[in-house]
Design a binder for this molecule. Structure first.
Ligand code: AMP
Ligand code: TRP
Length: 330
């Protein structure tokens, strides 16, 4: 039998999982899981790059695991695990730190944005180094493809650069991974500020829809979402708010944006938002309910994560040893 290509992706257990995480990442993982050999990580070490409440963090790890399962990831087909429990990630990260360059990391826009918000002087060194840990996550499994949202493109480009440089300097070792970024849902914007991406760390709950928001809250947030001037329901550049809502609609139903535009020809924003509220509320409701059920049995989630870590290590460990050897630590 032909070997399946391998996929790796991850989400940080910080803040609230939102519609952007669902449409940009999880929903695509669910759809492709049959075709690939899948590794889906809960990247708790990445979450530490900005301050976290220790107690909150372990609760969030289980919540992300529960959302993965509730969204339809099948533990028989996907290795689901926690990054910190496979210490090879941190170890490879150090080795790759010695391959990545300061100049490259200085150019990462996510670091520049985040550091600018809190003040670059007090940003953690971990925040600066974040993309190298991400490269380690991916290269440790020799993943062929990495399904993520648009915001991760630059980090993936760096991962490719690191892999190529390593292979050039030390001999063929890592698969150079391809980004998998879909066109619809890859960049969901804030509901109240369509120029900003929907984000977990937003202090404004009206800006995002959490996967765990109650259906009525979802409807209300969409009703209140910002719209543009004019009345046509079309995704043009001068209509960033409506374009975003159309993208959400299409992402949730699996349609293409032009199909949705056609359906709403001649209709008003009010009708469109009302329907969109239903589409999103109904789409998320079963995921929310199943997540809450799963969270009732934290021991079972922990067991699943431990089993996942063990499977992950079977791939990660030999790859780390090989990297040691290549670098002269064998
Ligand atoms: P994070 O929330 O930063 O851990 O991101 C987890 C995954 O969700 C990554 O694949 C991101 O690219 C994706 N993602 C995060 N925010 C958005 C967004 N607003 N739109 C689309 N995808 C997103
Ligand atoms: N940096 C990613 C994000 O914030 C999360 C992440 C960490 C990741 N390691 C990864 C995504 C490896 C894909 C592959 O969205």
């Amino acid at each position: 039998m032909e070997q399946k290509r391998r996929v790796f992706s991850g989400i940080q257990p910080s803040g609230n999982l939102h519609l952007g995480n669902y449409l940009g990442a999880i929903n695509n993982w669910v759809r492709m899981q049959e075709e690939y050999d899948n590794y889906f990580c809960i990247v708790d070490l990445h979450a530490l790059t900005v301050p976290q409440e220790p107690e909150e963090l372990s609760r969030k790890v289980r919540e992300v695991a529960a959302v993965y399962l509730a969204s339809g990831l099948d533990p028989e087909r996907c290795v689901i695990f926690r990054q910190s429990r496979v210490s090879e990630h941190a170890e490879l990260s150090w080795l790759l730190n010695c391959v990545a360059r300061y100049g490259e990391l200085s150019r990462m826009t996510q670091f520049k944005d985040k550091a600018q918000k809190g003040g670059a002087e007090v940003a953690s060194a971990g925040l600066f180094d974040y993309p190298v840990l991400m490269a380690a996550d991916i290269l440790l499994y020799n993943a062929h493809a990495v399904p993520v949202g648009e915001d991760q493109r630059q980090h993936l480009e760096l991962t490719r650069t690191i892999a190529r440089r390593f292979n050039h300097d030390y001999g063929e070792t890592f698969v150079v991974p391809e980004p998998m970024i879909l066109t619809t849902g890859a960049r969901v914007m804030s509901l109240d500020e369509p120029k900003e991406k929907m984000s977990k760390s937003s202090p404004r709950p009206g800006s995002y829809i959490s996967i765990l928001d109650e259906p009525d809250k979802v409807r209300k947030k969409i009703r209140r979402a910002k719209t543009d001037s004019g009345s046509e329901i079309i995704a043009t550049e001068d209509k960033p708010a409506i374009a975003n809502l159309l993208g959400v609609y299409a992402g949730m139903t699996g349609e293409k944006i032009p199909e949705v535009e056609r359906r709403y020809e001649g209709k008003g924003y009010g009708d469109f938002k009302k329907d969109l509220g239903e589409v999103v509320a109904e789409g998320l409701a079963p995921i929310r309910e199943r997540t809450l059920e799963l969270l009732d049995d934290p021991a079972e989630l922990d067991r699943l994560l431990d089993a996942g870590a063990e499977k992950a290590r079977e791939v990660a460990h030999p790859n780390l040893l090989r990297t040691w050897e290549r670098m002269g630590l064998g």
